[in-house]
Ligand binder design. Structure first.
Ligand SMILES: Nc1ncnc2c1ncn2[C@@H]1O[C@H](COP(=O)(O)OP(=O)(O)OP(=O)(O)O)[C@@H](O)[C@H]1O
Length: 309
């Protein structure tokens, strides 16, 4: 998979193998100590500079509704998170905060070490790759697939008169190849199937060599083969130590790609559980999240769930 390292030192493999203790809030602890957010030092101060995302007491209210309620969540550079929850749980709202698309009503959000509200989001956004259906519908249908990818460098949708050098166009082509849609580079975006669009948009999200990749329901609308292909590609990306931190939103445990290290379960704007995938993805936690009596199966490195009775 074609991703460049950002120069940061990662210990992905080591971190995945580490045993972490879950704290009172369900967040994993690298050192076994119970701390408010898992990232504060001995003096109680949170060092946000080495965190990709840090949210403290974050609440989002809109039109009399509480979309997110006092959320505490941190993502490190070498972590790959899956965010699971039923319709309306607040997953997209969480991702909109993490992509600097919105600000919290209260609480503090740091992204890539910068505090939302005090940083120019136009400088921040190119450092964050985002793939969502909201973005997909904004792509002009007649746009050439290669241009959909390369234009991410200018944070525009729809190529106009920008000049791209060979390095840019070469990187766009390599990313499309890596996602299995290189042969579609000259096609109009509007002629692609749902699965092909998803893969082209992931290539676009990776174009700027982001420090964080956010994927909002990338497998939605895909058939079984398309889903399995995407899960395998995301798994490859997750296991690449040079890949950015990743956050994947989904409704289905079947869509958790092997290699994803952490999970956050949301229900009605609140956190049900968060921490290492193996600790969090349990029948008990899923039943509480989806308000159903669920049975969970693990086959190899994949999860499958169904209702009991
Ligand atoms: N501007 C708004 N005003 C009032 N309520 C809103 C607003 N935007 C979102 N909501 C509500 O907030 C809740 C959370 O929305 P959000 O899109 O984050 O959920 P989600 O978990 O992504 O849902 P889904 O899985 O259906 O995409 C929903 O009940 C939604 O109706």
């Amino acid at each position: 998979m074609l991703v460049r390292n950002n120069g940061a030192v990662t210990d992905h493999g080591a971190k995945q193998g580490a045993v972490r203790e879950l704290g009172a809030d369900g967040h994993s602890r690298a050192d076994g100590h119970s701390r408010a957010d898992g990232h504060s030092g001995a003096d109680g101060q949170v060092d946000v500079t080495d965190l990709v995302v840090h949210m403290a007491d974050v609440t989002v209210r809109r039109g009399g509704n509480t979309l997110l309620d006092t959320i505490g969540w941190s993502v490190e550079l070498d972590e790959r998170w899956v965010v699971l929850g039923p319709n309306g749980a607040g997953k997209t709202t969480l991702l909109r905060l993490a992509s600097a698309e919105m600000h919290p009503s209260s609480g503090v959000v740091h992204l890539l070490g910068e505090r939302l509200g005090t940083v120019d989001v136009f400088e921040l956004k190119p450092r964050i790759g985002l793939c969502s259906s909201a973005l997909a519908v904004r792509v002009p249908p007649t746009e050439k697939v290669a241009d959909v990818v390369v234009s991410a460098g200018y944070a525009v949708l729809g190529r106009w008169r920008e000049n791209y050098d060979q390095l840019d166009t070469g990187r766009a082509a390599s990313l499309l190849d890596a996602l299995g849609v290189g042969h579609l580079a000259e096609r109009e975006f509007g002629t692609l199937s749902e699965g092909e669009r998803k893969r082209a948009l992931i290539a676009r999200a990776l174009m700027t060599d982001p420090e964080m990749l956010l994927l909002d329901e990338p497998a939605a609308g895909l058939d079984l083969g398309g889903r399995e292909d995407l899960v395998a590609r995301l798994s490859g990306l997750a296991m690449d130590p040079d890949a950015p931190a990743m956050v994947l939103v989904t409704h289905h445990v079947e869509e958790i790609p092997p290699g994803f290290t952490h999970a956050l379960l949301l229900r009605e704007g609140g956190v049900v559980a968060q921490g290492l995938v193996d600790d969090v993805i349990t029948a008990e936690n899923l039943s509480a999240t989806f308000n159903q009596n669920l049975e969970l199966q693990r086959i190899g490195d994949r999860f499958f769930a169904r209702r009991l009775g």
